[in-house]
Design a protein around this ligand. Structure first.
Ligand code: KG4
Ligand code: ZN
Length: 338
């Protein structure tokens, strides 16, 4: 029997991505074209610019993914595409591209929820079984999920305002550090004292797994402004200490909420995905929480933790195996809770 082979298309934020993945978990290609440079001057992703760039680059990304896999469209079993949630112009570009290929080839089309793509990634990378608890933590997402099946997600809690990656990016901006902020703040924090400029631990006093990160940013801004008022400027060590305080606050909040998520919903595995999961302090603290709860800690390789087409192809395969198919009326959805 020939194996299932899917093309996966992702364009919900600022990465234009296409990948070819097989049903036995082989990633034959994984093309990601980042738009970071296009949005760099604006301090955030500009939806109109993103949509335009996706529309221009998607066909090329698909072509390159096929070429790198050494396959033609005829070899595929189906096409999976992110149908939401995300910036509507980008999602539409991807959905239109996938529909065009499906209409031209007659291949089955499967619409995928972007968050399901992230949440099912550990099954692609490590072949794990259900159930597991997942923390999605990136520039756009922050939530704990219990995953019981390809289409069976329970939200255990999430941020009520900003995602941590967004907060890392804003802190970097406040301190005139380069974007994306996560890696810059992490680098500064290494030589910083996390206790000199204390920051709050939002929502830890409230039960459950909900989180908040926007207050942290405001508190950091206040610390920065007090230092500037007192000293007439920021010293290198001030930046380092503020980064260390911020990173420690985020790590502690995520760790305590992860502990609660595993207590409320015991599972043999705690998995993470999203750009913020690249942070070593955050990883270390989450791993300690998993170990204390008797769970295995699993962090897929970073290129599969951040936005990519392979996770969409894989989620498409999982849905396809459940008998799911979409028609050419597949809708692009800006909002689509799991
Ligand atoms: O998953 P991702 O590539 O894109 C989405 O947001 O969907 O995540 C990007 C976010 C950015 O906000 C970036 O600053 C953050 O992940 N990030 C980090 C680190 N590397 C990337 N945050 C903290 N520490 C890092 N080492
Ligand atoms: Zn994402």
């Amino acid at each position: 029997m020939t194996d299932t082979i899917f093309l996966g298309i992702e364009s919900s934020c600022d990465d234009t991505a296409a990948a070819i993945v097989t049903g036995d978990r082989r990633i034959l290609s994984n093309v990601v074209s980042s738009q970071t440079d296009l949005h760099a001057d604006f301090g955030g992703v500009v939806p109109e610019i993103a949509a335009r760039a996706h529309a221009e680059r998607l066909d090329l990304a698909v072509e390159q993914a096929l070429e790198e896999a050494g396959l033609s469209l005829r070899a595929l079993s189906g096409i999976a595409v992110t149908a939401g949630p995300g910036l509507i112009g980008g999602v539409l570009s991807g959905v239109m591209c996938a529909k065009g290929i499906a209409a031209g080839t007659g291949l089955p089309l499967v619409g995928v929820n972007h968050l399901a793509g992230h949440a099912l990634t550990p099954r692609l990378t490590d072949g794990i079984e259900f159930p597991y608890v997942m923390l999605l933590v990136s520039g756009g997402h922050c939530q704990f999920l219990r995953v019981d099946g390809p289409d069976d997600f329970t939200r255990l809690g999430g941020t009520i305002d900003d995602a941590p990656g967004e907060a890392f990016d804003k802190i970097a901006k406040l301190l005139a550090l380069p974007q994306p902020g996560g890696p810059s703040v992490e680098a500064e924090a290494q030589a910083g004292d996390p206790d000199r400029l204390p920051l709050p631990r939002p929502l830890l006093d409230r039960p459950g797994c909900d989180m908040s990160f926007s207050g942290l940013k405001t508190a950091a801004l206040r610390q920065r402004d007090q230092l500037i008022a007192a000293q007439g400027g920021l010293r290198t060590q001030d930046r380092r200490d503020l980064c260390a305080a911020f990173q420690t606050a985020v790590a502690e909040v995520l760790a305590e909420k992860a502990r609660r998520a595993l207590a409320a919903s015991p599972a043999p595995i705690l998995a993470v995905a999203g750009g913020v999961a690249a942070n070593r302090q955050i990883r270390t603290e989450l791993e300690a929480v998993a170990t204390a709860a008797g769970a295995r800690f699993l962090a897929p390789p970073l290129r599969l933790c951040t936005d990519n087409g392979a996770m969409i192809a894989w989620a498409g395969i999982e849905r396809f195996r459940m008998g799911h198919r979409d028609g050419l009326d597949l809708a692009a959805r800006p909002r689509w809770p799991l």
